[in-house]
Design a protein. Structure first.
Length: 424
RNA sequence: AGAGGAGUGGCAGAGUGGUCGAUCGCGUUGGUCUUGAAAACCAAUGUACCGCGAGGUACCGGGGGUUCGAAUCCCUCCUCCUCUGCCA
């Protein structure tokens, strides 16, 4: 969430940022927020004064009791009931105000970076670069949902039987390819200096709030009522929350973590023809990279992450393009996001396989993730993360782009991990 | 899952209703001493909010309650330890 103090010092920046995101009436929103905070401060001051007086009296009663002046003490006690009522009322009011303030902070998205362009949606995203040749396929080529049947490597019907739509069963070489990607992606991340983490894939409410999935976006996550735990939609949640309520020394920066996890998303209402096959699933696998940086270095780190993910796509020999998302298409918590999309040759469309974002202090403010500078002053850190990479769409692109009349040719980097060169 | 015990500042560990935001120790930082170091000695050393400041307020696992006053008493939840049971 945004910092009220910062909104106060640069209200204009906040309003302009929200305009980029097409937020209705941003100025009113910001003014209401500041006014709520004013009220909060006022109440706080009043309450503190009443409490100070109460404390004073309580101390004096204590002193009198110790001197054995019981009667005088009883006299003083009479003064307390009104103060008590006052403090109770103020406390309730303050609590209410704080809740209102927090609620409205939760509803305001992050302020986009100055370089992020305005825009309504996906059509307005900026094309940064396009890399690689789109393959020319043999006649009779088919989308991956046919290929997986032909070679019997992924079974959606079985998934429906066991769980429901969107829960594929990987079989034989399909399963092995999953395992190959897992090891390949983690090995690459480690070479790049990311420390491997295996986090829990069920998280509590506090973790969901920390990274911004809660409140408001409950709909995306599977939730177990009996334990009040959520299945993670991405490893970002448990991995970033390792650093909830942490104060780091400046020398400990940057923190670079990588984690493989399954991810679970309800994706309610987003089904249709364009999400056939592996394009959109309720359960999928992903290696996620997470970074924590000094505010001065976070945008350099974002570029490095983008370069790193592109390196993976090059090694996989997949044609891709990089987009910088416009204000209207960017995630709620992000200040700047690059999407990497691979060309899926039989579907003839771009598939998003990675999204790398800088959240600046939006997450760290919720997480209370800070660092201590040389003068022992505490400041919020910047958090970043990105997919590196999400398996299903990579698999879809590999299957479609590398199909030939005699089978599917596996990219060279995956062969040592997969243990085979062809699916045929 | 059942029975019992426990959760206090970076660590260790006092404190069971009244000048306790919290003794002492270790650690860390600064200083004195020393050719240098160690030792010794002196001092500082939690977080957040309000305030220009002086200062004030809150926090002793979380939440609620009793009381003029709660780290201390009560309720509830969470976590850890021991024993019993179950299990990969």
């Amino acid at each position: 969430m945004l910092q009220v103090a910062q909104i106060r010092t640069d209200k204009d920046k906040a309003v302009k940022g929200l305009v980029k995101r097409n937020v209705a009436n941003p100025e009113k929103l910001i003014d209401e927020l500041i006014s709520l905070d004013d009220d909060r401060k006022e109440l706080q001051t009043q309450l503190d004064a009443v409490l100070a007086e109460s404390n004073q009296i309580a101390k004096s009663i204590g002193a009198l009791m110790q001197q054995g002046k019981k009667q005088e003490a009883e006299q003083v006690k009479l003064k307390t009931s009104e103060l008590k009522q006052q403090s109770k009322a103020l406390q309730d009011e303050l609590q209410q105000k704080e809740k209102l303030l927090l609620d409205s902070l939760y509803q305001i998205p992050n302020i986009p970076h100055a370089d992020v362009k305005e825009g309504k949606g996906a059509d307005d995203n900026e094309l940064i670069l396009e890399h690689g040749q789109k393959p020319v396929l043999h006649p009779g080529n088919t989308p991956h949902w046919d290929l997986i049947k032909k070679y019997d490597i992924i079974d959606f019907d079985l998934g429906v039987k066991i769980s429901g739509a969107g829960f594929p069963v990987y079989k034989g070489k399909g399963a092995r390819l999953q395992r190959a990607m897992l090891n390949f992606f983690l090995d690459e991340a480690e070479k790049q200096g990311f420390k491997e983490i295996q986090p829990p894939i069920l998280i509590n409410e506090a973790s969901g709030i920390g990274t911004g999935q809660l409140p408001d976006k409950e709909g995306q996550m599977y939730h177990d009522e009996s334990t009040d735990l959520y299945l993670i939609p991405t490893a970002e949640v448990p991995v970033t929350n390792i650093y909830r309520d942490v104060i780091l020394d400046e020398q400990e920066l940057p923190v670079k973590l990588a984690a493989y996890t399954p991810c679970f998303r309800k994706e309610a209402g987003s089904w249709g023809a364009h999400v056939r096959g592996l394009n959109r699933l309720h359960q999928f696998d992903k290696v996620e990279i997470v970074q924590i940086h000094h505010p001065d270095n976070s945008y350099k780190a974002l570029e490095e992450m983008s370069t790193y993910v592109q390196g993976l796509l090059k090694k996989l020999e997949l044609p891709y393009r990089v987009l910088r998302l416009c204000g209207g298409d960017m995630g709620f918590t992000s200040a700047m996001t690059y999407d990497m999309e691979v060309w899926s040759a039989a579907q003839e469309r771009w598939l998003e396989v990675s999204s790398v974002s800088n959240f600046e202090t939006y997450q760290s403010n919720r997480l209370k993730l800070r660092y201590k500078d040389a003068d022992n002053k505490k400041h919020l850190l910047h958090t970043l993360n990105g997919s590196a990479l999400a398996f299903p769409r990579i698999l879809a692109a590999i299957l479609e782009n590398n199909q030939t009349e005699k089978g599917i040719h596996i990219p060279e980097v995956l062969r040592p991990y997969a243990g085979f060169e062809w699916i045929d």
